[in-house]
Design a protein around this ligand. Sequence first.
Ligand code: NAD
Ligand code: DAU
Length: 359
Amino acid sequence: MRTYLVTGGAGFIGSNYIHYMFKKYDNDIRIINVDVLTYAGNLENLKDIEDRDNYTFVKADICDKEAISKIFSENDIDRVVHFAAESHVDRSIRNPEVFVNTNVLGTAVMLNCAKAAWENEDGTFKEDKKFLHVSTDEVYGSLPDDDTAFFYETSPIDPHSPYSASKASSDMLVKAYIDTYHFPANITNCSNNYGPYQFPEKLIPLIINNALQGKKLPVYGDGKNVRDWLYVEDHAKAIDMVQEQGKLGERYNIGGHNEKQNIEIIEIILDTLQEMLPEGDPRKELVSRDLITYVEDRKGHDRRYAIAPDKIKEEIGWYPETMFKDGIKLTIKWFFENEDWMKNVTSGDYQKYYAEMYK
Ligand code: NAD
Ligand code: DAU
């Protein structure tokens, strides 16, 4: 039975990945989830699997060498899937330091502990041990408003925000371990995810939550920045396929083939909410295009991201399966069915963050 060490498994993508893996492998794998539970980490995301005998949660900081090496010494870890990070660009613009700490130093700790546990005396590595570093397309910087340009694995690394600079640094560290020690790792660079359990500081859940309450929908700049949206379950599947079928040492881009301007996304959400809300539901009257409010642009706002997922398709056979029109319905349905989840995550600190960010 393979044992996985998943970092950041209580966050958005990490919790979706854990659900996906138990659905796929059931009792044939064991997962240890290490998460320090920042504002973005939420054990409610894992409520339905927390009692499984083949699941363990460890509350620990990835920057804490002792805690991480203890997990490796007490368990024969076969796979590391490293999600834990500070993930929100706006927060990185306000407070970059914590991004360097978690994303760069935390990744260094993860690499060192895995290397120490997996390395043989002669510098080779034990059989069938693999580390997957989950990264972002933002490390490639920004593309012009020209839909013929794409990010490839060979595109130059050119991050702009403190968040993407910290992710690019962590990618470089993983690459250094691959190049120097032949450390058994892969890097994946993924586009914007959406789906269940996404924290409402990110565009899609924020718009759904605000629209249902008749609150303003803040659009940065001219609203024409483009992102390439990927349904989170497709991402989880890609990570598993890269780890099992990818060539060790390689980087793979993961994208949705689904480029849309932010304003288009907002309009689709409003139309889909109208379509899905039943007649007589009081929220139907609140959801309106009049809520759209153009606000000051994000500093250094990247114009366009677009992934060419050719390599992962050709080498591994993965492609994005969920069309945006279906994925957004699944996402909205999940938010309808999990109103308490939204209420819980938007109480307390979220209110303070929102008031400060959108004042
Ligand atoms: P998230 O913010 O929802 O979750 C991050 C998780 O990491 C949280 O559970 C948090 O508690 C945990 N964490 C943070 N600091 C930690 C620390 N020091 N020690 C242990 N745990 C810690 O993030 P997400 O959106 O799920 O993103 C997961 C990963 O995927 C990140 O590495 C991010 O850079 C990358 N990524 C995200 C997207 C996206 O669209 N969300 C796209 C591409 C790549
Ligand atoms: O591309 C992958 C990246 O996608 C990940 O690495 C990041 O972790 C993830 O947060 C995401 O980054 P973005 O900055 O693209 O996502 P966000 O949801 O914050 O913003 C999406 C777009 O919407 C962006 O152009 C900014 C805009 N926006 C965002 C918010 C929160 C608005 O116009 N208004 C808003 O209120």
